[in-house]
Every structure is written in structure tokens, then in C-alpha cells.
Design a protein around this ligand. Sequence first.
Ligand SMILES: C[S@@+](CC[C@H](N)C(=O)[O-])C[C@H]1O[C@@H](n2cnc3c(N)ncnc32)[C@H](O)[C@@H]1O
Length: 339
Amino acid sequence: MIEGEAFDAADWELLAELRKRFLGGTAGSADYWSDRRTLELYDGFFAARIGWKWEAVLGELKRRGFRPGAGPLLDWGCGTGIAARCFLRAFPEAGGPVVLHDRSDAAMGFAAKRLAEEAGVGAEDIRRVRAVTVGDVEADTTVLLSHVLSELDDRAVDGVVDGLLRRSGAFIWVEPGTYAESRRLIALRARLLDAFRITGPCPHEGLCGLTAEGMERHWCHSFARPPVEAFTDPVWSAFSKALGIDLRSLPYAYLAMSRDKTVSASASASGETFARLLGRAREAPAGLSVLSCEATGVHERRVRTREAKGLVKALKKGRSGPFFRWNLREGRIVGGGAD
Ligand SMILES: C[S@@+](CC[C@H](N)C(=O)[O-])C[C@H]1O[C@@H](n2cnc3c(N)ncnc32)[C@H](O)[C@@H]1O
């Protein structure tokens, strides 16, 4: 958020207009970074929330052994550059140059300034490109993509996949946790499985269980936890009220793939099933019901309170996960905990 600043009705109006474009699917048609105030407000509020999702994703990837290569970092469709900033905060050792890409020069300029201020990246280590060419992507380039899918048609996505991701060493693509975005990421996963290892979100390297028959209504998403300030700072409360946004709910979907053979799905200790909880646990008779992504597919599983009291409590609180190790009996979860 923008420290120590006052916001008025015009600011909330501007953010509401921007949001309408994003939700209405019209943001892809033209450059909307019309002035500096738009970039500042986006960065202070929407990008800050996106940053909380990146922190959740990067935390997951770190725990699973992902480490950046020595090559360049390319933030595709960078906007105000929140993805690159979060990445460099999580991995300050990533020493390569930063390539900022966007169709908007104003956005790239803003992103470069914020990167210098926050991550200390010098101007000589930042390049700005309006179009990515073959020479911009090296075999050890890490590509970041964030909240761009709804602005790209299938042809544009093809260009990103074949012209960019296939040439890179690793990529992390974070999107809102909606059905549409998750399903598009799942399709990308299937296309790229021949060339990359999965770094996240999957607990296995096989075909996505959500592509199986009967799974059509589900999608892969998790919830990030906003920082305390989101609930204590009056500016966040004014933002939430003015825009009708529930700050507690921060769903994300993502896909991270890497050529690095050392990064892989965690193996399960004997007797335990390694799983990712999809969405949230739901109330069910005598306990909870969870959608569990496992190597054998996606399963709807029950957890009974009398069989796994501690686990039910933890799942209800939603503070652990999204990776778990389950003890299963007759298809039910009877024990286990967060991985
Ligand atoms: C919703 S913003 C997300 C910005 C940033 N990645 C983030 O997570 O905050 C989408 C960004 O993609 C850029 N964009 C959309 N379509 C593009 C295209 N075809 N080529 C380059 N940039 C594009 C927009 O200018 C905008 O900066």
C-alpha cells in the first residue's frame, strides 16, 4: 500500500473502473495504463494483493526445493512489476539481470523504478522489452507471469508457450483462483509436460486428475493468507468497503515448471499419501469433506471428527497445507497432517 497517503472517492472510482475491465474480460483489448496515478493505485492495492498470492506460491516452491537458476529473470506482462519484486524478495540470491516486458512503456518504467527502490536492482541490470524475441530468452531464464491470462486469447497464449516458455529454464505462472484461469493453466500443464518437471502445485508428475471424467466442475485453487495489516489498517478497510472486496479471501491458481531434475514431487513415506488440498475443506456429516489431489487422481475424501480430531480442527482453521500427508483407511482420512 502507499504509505501515509490519503485516498479520496476519485481514487476508489479509478480502481473500480480498472477492476471492471479486469472482471469484464475487456482489459486485453487496449493499454489501460493511462497515467501515473493509475499505476500508483494499482500497485498500492491490486498488486499488493497479488503480491500476497506470490508470497504463498513462492513459499510453497521454496519448501519443495525450488531454487532460481543463475540466468535472467523475465517478468512477462509485468505491469508494475510485483511478480519480479516478490521473486527477488524470496530469492535475493537470484543474481541475473531482470527483463521487464509489457506492451506499456509507462508500466515498464514504473516497474523498473519500484524494482530499484525495493530490490536494489540497478538500472544497468534492468532491460525493458515490448516484444520478447528469441535472444531475450536463454536456457536458464526464469519466466514469471502474473494475472495476464484473462487478457490473452488462445493465439496469444500459444505464442507465449512456444516462443517463450519452451525456451526457458523454468517458469512460474500465477493467476486468480477462478475456474476459468485454473482450467487454462491445467491445459498448459498438459502441453508442457513433455519438456518440464512440475514444481507446483501438483503432488505428482502424472496427468492432472482434474482432467478425468466426472471432475469437470472442479478446479485447482488454494487460498493465500493476507498479512495482519489488511485487517488492522483503516486504508485497507476503506478500500474493501469502497470496492466491495472481501480481503479475507485470496484464492490463487498457479503452474510452476522447471527443467531442474532436482526439483520434484515429494515422495510419500510408507503408509502415507502425499496430497494437495484443493480449495477448502467443507462441512460434512460427522466431520469434513476434502477434495484431495494425489498421484492416483483427485478424490473426494471424508475426515471424521472422532477419528482425526486434530486434523479436522486444523483443516477448519485453514491455516495449514495446502500439502498434506494423509493416513487412509477404507478411502477415509483417519490421520496425518500438513506436509
Ligand atoms: C492485470 S495486469 C497484471 C500486471 C502484473 N503482471 C501483475 O501481476 O500485477 C496485465 C498486464 O499485462 C499486460 N499485457 C496484456 N496483454 C499484453 C500483451 N499482449 N503483450 C504485453 N503485455 C500485455 C498489460 O499491459 C498489463 O500490464
